[in-house]
Ligand binder design. Structure first.
Ligand SMILES: [Fe+2]
Length: 402
């Protein structure tokens, strides 16, 4: 009975989020798309008067030469750059502070992120720290950023997070591993390039896991109670594109057409969830990720079918729509049959990608605390279609143990 009353409160909060989402404008970056679009973005950076950019990336991308053409193009257009390649997965306060110091020492007037979700998130935070005299902790939460950041541009090199169009960045405490989200429209880049040709060298496992992250964004946005016609269009397109193209790019990483489709899908999924929200998959995955450092996409991929099973009686019609849009309908199946078909297809994809159904590192003794933290995250942030209590969440987590 107590939980039922709490659910009324959670639903009211999500209703308020929906109203806020309609009132508060969320900027969209100018997008450059297609093979070579990352270089077009570099030219545009010079056109708006940028003199020197802090190029935020990770060391591996520098080592494999992925930035070479970008550096040359910036030089050709008279834009100086300083490379900061100290960003690692789940960027920490100190990695961001080091980037900010470099930016200030070199008088950079803009920031260019090249990389996966971590360099892009880190660059977002460096951009707003440069103009707001506040600590990261003071900007944590919703709408705490006062001033617009330094001009900021993003070139994603994985098709997964959609961070190039979202208004959130996550920073980790290096000691507690607690994740601090900064959610504010001022974190949206000014411009971004979706250049699938840059993604051809991404290893198979990262391609699969980041792609499953994008699929999770699309599906959680589509089944959200705060979904709208606009977010449905993006989520449906993303789901269809991912189901068609993710197996292709995992099998043949050099397939530039499929890579471009995945870059578009990841961006569409980002557009969908930035307005419609996420759900229990992300809440659970974030919280066991804090314990076991499970890569974000892999964690989501493992949890996704369990949450869809749990929510099935509430969302079968919605999942059936996604199944139809993704070409999974072969007969006159009922909504329930189509929804199950979609979930089974996701399980089939996981098998193809060598992603297990269980989380090997999950310890039964950690489950109560993980469930508690996941429910807290979900119930105060995500417009889920069907609510789950502590014992249901623990039961679901036990199914994921080996
Ligand atoms: Fe995600």
């Amino acid at each position: 009975m107590l939980f039922s009353f709490k659910v009324i409160g959670y639903k009211a909060l999500m209703g308020a989020f929906k109203i806020a989402g309609k009132i508060i404008p969320i900027p969209k970056p100018t997008l450059f798309t297609g093979a070579g679009s990352s270089l077009e973005l570099c030219a545009a950076i010079s056109q708006i008067g940028t003199k020197k950019v802090l190029l935020v990336t990770d060391a591996m991308l520098v080592k494999i030469g992925l930035l070479d053409k970008i550096k040359t193009t910036l030089e050709q257009h008279g834009v100086e750059y300083i490379i900061y390649d100290g960003i690692k997965p789940d960027p920490t306060y100190d990695q961001i502070d080091a980037g900010l110091s470099l930016l200030k020492q070199n008088n950079c007037d803009a920031i260019l992120a090249v990389g996966g979700g971590s360099p892009i998130d880190a660059a977002k935070v460096i951009s707003i720290l440069a103009t707001n005299h506040k600590s990261i902790q003071k900007m944590a939460g919703w709408f705490k950023v006062s001033q617009a950041g330094l001009p900021f541009f993003a070139i994603p090199t994985t098709a997964g997070t959609g961070s190039e169009v979202t208004f959130a960045a996550v920073v980790s405490d290096p000691v507690t591993h607690h994740k601090t989200p900064i959610i504010d429209p001022k974190t949206v880049p000014m411009m971004a390039a979706l250049d699938g040709a840059l993604m051809t060298g991404i290893p198979q496992s990262i391609t699969a896991e980041t792609g499953m992250d994008a699929l999770t964004h699309a599906i959680e946005a589509y089944i959200s109670v705060n979904a709208s016609k606009e977010t449905d269009r993006y989520a449906t397109a993303a789901t269809r594109l991912i189901i068609e193209n993710l197996p292709k790019v995992v099998k043949e990483g050099q397939d530039k057409v499929a890579r471009q489709q995945m870059a578009m899908a990841s961006c569409y999924a980002g557009m969908a969830f930035t307005k419609a929200g996420l759900g229990y998959v992300h809440a659970i995955s974030h919280n066991f990720g804090a314990y076991y450092h499970t890569p974000h996409g892999r964690g989501n991929a493992i949890v996704l079918p369990y949450i869809l099973d749990f929510s099935l009686d509430t969302i079968s019609a919605r999942l059936a729509q996604l199944a139809k849009a993704s070409g999974l309908q072969t007969n006159h199946e009922s909504d329930q049959q189509l929804a199950i078909k979609l979930i089974e297809h996701i399980r089939f994809m996981l098998k193809e990608f060598n992603i297990p159904e269980q989380l090997e590192s999950l310890k039964p003794e950690d489950i109560p605390a993980i469930a508690k933290a996941a429910l807290k995250e979900a119930h105060f942030n995500y417009p889920v279609p069907k609510y789950m209590n502590q014992s249901e969440c623990e039961k679901l987590l036990h199914k994921m143990t080996l």
